[in-house]
Design a protein around this ligand. Sequence first.
Ligand code: SAM
Length: 329
Amino acid sequence: MVDPFGRSIRYLRVSVTDRCDFRCVYCMAEDMQFLPKRDLLSLEELDRLCTVFIEKGVKKLRLTGGEPLVRRNIMSLVRSLSRHIEAGRLEELTLTTNGSQLARYAGELADAGVKRINVSLDTLDPERFRALTRRGDLAVVLAGIDAAQKAGIAIKINAVALKGVNEDEIDDLIRFSHGRGMDLTLIETMPLGEIDGDRTEQYLPLSLVRRRLEETWTLAASGHRTGGPARYFTVAETGGRIGFITPLTHNFCESCNRVRVTCTGTLFMCLGQEDARDLRAPLRASEGNELLAAAIDEAIARKPKGHDFIIDRDHQRPALGRHMSVTGG
Ligand code: SAM
């Protein structure tokens, strides 16, 4: 699959549920209305959809959400998709998780060929963690990280940098992550979906964070690339890597190789644009995959050149109405 700008689409992110057991303040409103379960693709349909993408050249598949590990029976999908790894068609099967269910699933994930995962962790302070996630338990997440590492799964920690919330903890997050052999990626808040708070108050430019970090740490630009939007640096003092994802201050679209499918089968060609293509109807219209494959081709031909996120300071409106939990970031 090659889009009109010559970018080869090899990375699919699939949001398997919009539900989450946390309500992170920058991500969701307290009283989120989730989709009725009947609107969701079944796990068999998700498998079929992913398989068609893999047949069309996707090499990396990431399950996300919502919280992917709260979808009932999710491991049956993971196990089923792992056949593509065994057959050499898929290079990587991975997921992004808040870690709350990891202690339970780490062993099974490793058995299914999951070698690396991203765990979202914004603070190491138990009370802050509870306040930020509105219901999470830090100790449970830390136990999940332990279990995953014990199972041999490599972890990258993702932390959203939030003004006045965790900006004083970035050094600790570096020490924690690198001390356990995990990379750390910092993410700027993106203006997606209505939340209860004011996003302009949460926004912390990573250019500022980086300048501050350079007072304590020696950062050397690293050639490390994951095909994603992060720019990496090596921290001389720890030997670990720190990545910066800066959607508002830096345009990372020129090398974008990814598309996203929601749990209802909607294909988004860009995280920062509204344009989407329904794949559920062609998926359900026939038992063969021709209609589905044609719909995917038609959508890839519309993949936009880039996004234009902007936090609307005058009207306090998000740039896009949908929440990150719809497309999974
Ligand atoms: N539940 C899983 C998790 O916590 O990683 C997967 C879904 S979550 C939506 C994926 C990532 O998006 C998390 O790292 C979360 O912190 C981040 N995120 C959510 N809303 C965001 C926003 N408005 N701006 C930037 N990152 C956001």
